[in-house]
Design a protein around this ligand. Structure first.
Ligand code: CA
Length: 628
């Protein structure tokens, strides 16, 4: 019997126990995807069957509407891939697959085709009318202490003193606090990956997936993930799934018996125990006209880190596996988007096929790809429709705005000078001419991989609030990292990932303060939370912020002004870095057509008249909106 490492009886796992009729043997067969649906956009389906000696079997299927087109043994004797076509109109039900081999007892597998649960309209992706709340699940809230330690898993302990240990946060913790997320005004959540990471250490982060169809039991069950999706829907919150197509964890169940000789890059080295070549992280090779083959291959094929095998999407069975896996989760959860990790690292033509398959099946869907570059030329390249001489089409709607994130912080912390301070923000936003759709680019002040915003701005409450005001009014799709709304920081150890992902106050019952209820928050933390809440509440119904035209004015004397306008609504953001009171003469902004209008300042509630000048009595952000 084949050792099926990683089987833990989770609901996502399908291990069909089969009894031969004639001989008393039992065989465990893993089938992935574990089930499928009738009436899908793509009528084809490829099943991966894994079990002892399966490559030598011949499959048979005789069901109306479903055709067994072909089958392919793996290079390993234990894999068999089946190509099916499911005709439109086929009824849901069990497919009786029969596997036969000379001299062996036949094996039967019952494969379930379900009716689809969601309608095409349900798969509406996040967009610039949303604000995305990024959550590190292990660190947000522990809703179920019973799943903190799962015996048998390689990291089977809780260590809340260790920044890189597991802290016990889970899906139940997110469900329990959706009301907080909704009340704050976030309209989408992006939890970092919730699938099994059966790794010996630092498994909390979720990016070393060891089973692409199983929810990590320390985060909960598939049923709880589905409950989270349902509760999100009920709260008007879109659920974004964090997916990883570039690599898996070194303890993925298939690593002991890979289907083909080229399933992962540097497969032979890994199997021989040789040192593994890691990627060069030279992300420009995807665009560079002069990139050497050596650099390109090292970038694409090198492992992200030695504990994460680099998947070879050039193997068509693996490419198919990954595409179907994404579709399976979209369909299972009724997702409102996918965030794809490490976008420049897999083969870019595979990524185009992957994104295309999803966007054709779910035309209103959205995917954001993580290109961590401070160069807007690279970030823009990935956005669908971006012109390029090679004719590459990405099918990717959204990318991440690392360039503007960095410019925003620089603009706030650097002193005002000809080429420093607010001018850096002004000029960075001016790069938008390069993007196909700036509104679809995701902007943030921080995320799980970089210093907390409060730390980046030198723990200035005012600068943090100014950054949030810009992020939430800019022509972008904003994203906020959990806890940034209460000034969470990692100043003791800048750059330390474990500390960046600190426990959310109130997510554990022994916490000294509770940001869900406000108990014990400092005045500054409460003020920031209130500011973010006010901005989010305003943003929710402001079409000018969702899709308005943008006009901005070159900063002068420490003041930057940006306006968003849509069908009579105008929102003006003023970032004022002057410490003392100043009078801002408005003549220069007359093109906004605001003379004589009354505007409400969103953060203070104060109503002002737009006349000759505005007196700005404090350093900070002013968000002015025309009254209804
Ligand atoms: Ca827990």
């Amino acid at each position: 019997m084949v050792a099926l490492g990683g089987i833990r009886g989770g609901l996502a796992l399908l291990a069909i126990l089969l009894m031969s009729c004639t001989v008393k043997i039992t065989a465990q067969i893993r089938v992935e995807p574990p089930h499928w649906w009738v009436g899908m956009h793509d009528t084809s389906l490829q099943l991966m069957l894994y079990g002892e000696g399966l490559a030598g079997y011949t499959p048979h299927l005789d069901v109306p509407g479903v055709t067994l087109e072909a089958w392919h043994p793996g290079a390993s004797p234990n894999y068999l891939f089946l190509d099916l076509t499911i005709a439109p109109g086929t009824a849901a039900g069990n497919l009786p697959l029969r596997l036969e081999k000379d001299g062996a007892s036949p094996v039967s597998v019952s494969y379930l085709l379900k009716d689809r649960e969601f309608r095409p309209d349900d798969f509406r992706g996040f967009d610039s009318s949303d604000v995305v709340y990024l959550i590190t699940p292990d660190r947000f809230a522990n809703g179920d202490p019973n799943n903190d330690v799962v015996p048998g898993m390689r990291e089977d302990r809780l260590d809340r003193e260790d920044d890189y240990g597991r802290h016990g946060g889970d899906i139940r913790g997110i469900i329990n606090n959706l009301e907080y997320i909704r009340e704050m005004g976030f309209t989408a959540i992006w939890p970092s990956p919730l699938l099994t990471n059966d790794m010996p250490e630092a498994s909390y982060h979720g990016y070393a997936i060891t089973d692409f169809y199983q929810v990590d039991p320390r985060f909960g069950t598939l049923e709880e993930y589905r409950e989270l999706a349902r509760e999100c829907r009920r709260h008007g919150i879109k659920l974004i799934m964090d997916q990883v197509a570039n690599h898996c964890g070194a303890y993925h169940w298939w690593m002991q018996d890979l289907p083909f000789e080229d399933w992962i890059h540097f497969q032979r080295e890994w199997q021989q125990g040789d040192p593994i070549t890691v990627t060069n992280h030279r992300r420009t090779v995807n665009q560079d006209l002069y990139a050497s083959k050596a650099d390109r291959e090292r970038m694409d094929q090198g492992w992200f880190v030695p504990s994460m095998p680099d998947l070879n999407q050039g193997n068509p069975f693996l490419a198919r596996y990954l595409i179907q896996n994404s579709v399976w989760w979209v369909e299972t959860l009724g997702l409102g988007g996918i965030r794809q990790d490490t976008y420049p690292y897999p083969d870019k033509y595979f990524l185009a096929d992957w994104a295309r398959a999803l966007m054709e099946a779910y035309p209103e869907f959205n995917i954001v790809g993580e290109e961590w570059s401070y160069n807007p030329l690279l970030v823009g390249y990935w956005q669908d429709g971006s012109p390029n001489r090679e004719g590459y089409r990405s099918y990717l709607r959204s990318t991440m705005d690392f360039p503007l994130q960095r410019a925003l912080v620089a603009a706030l912390v650097n002193p005002e000078a000809w080429d420093s301070g607010l001018i850096e923000l002004y000029e960075a936003l001016a790069n938008d001419f390069h993007y196909t759709r700036p509104l679809d680019v995701m902007l943030f002040g921080d995320n799980h991989d970089m210093d907390r915003l409060f730390t980046q701005v030198g723990e200035s409450e005012t600068l943090a609030e100014m950054a949030m005001a810009f992020i939430l009014t800019a022509p972008r799709t904003p994203q906020v990292y959990y806890g940034t709304e209460v000034l969470m920081q990692n100043s003791a150890k800048p750059g330390d990932h474990g500390l960046i992902r600190t426990e959310f106050p109130g997510g554990w019952p022994d916490a000294a303060k509770n940001a869900f209820t406000g108990r014990g928050l400092s005045r500054a933390e409460r003020n920031m939370q209130q500011s973010v809440m006010r901005l989010l509440a305003f943003r929710k119904t402001s079409t000018a912020l969702h899709r308005g035209q943008t006009v901005h004015f070159a900063p002068e004397e420490g003041i930057y002004l940006m306006a968003r306008q849509h069908e009579g609504e105008t929102v003006v953001l003023i970032l004022n870095k002057n410490k003392g009171p100043v009078s801002l003469h408005l003549e220069r902004f007359s093109e906004l057509g605001l003379a004589g209008r009354h505007l409400r300042e969103v953060l203070s509630g104060e109503v002002l008249e737009w006349s000759e000048s505005l007196s700005l009595d404090r350093r900070g952000a002013y968000v002015l909106a025309t009254a209804e």
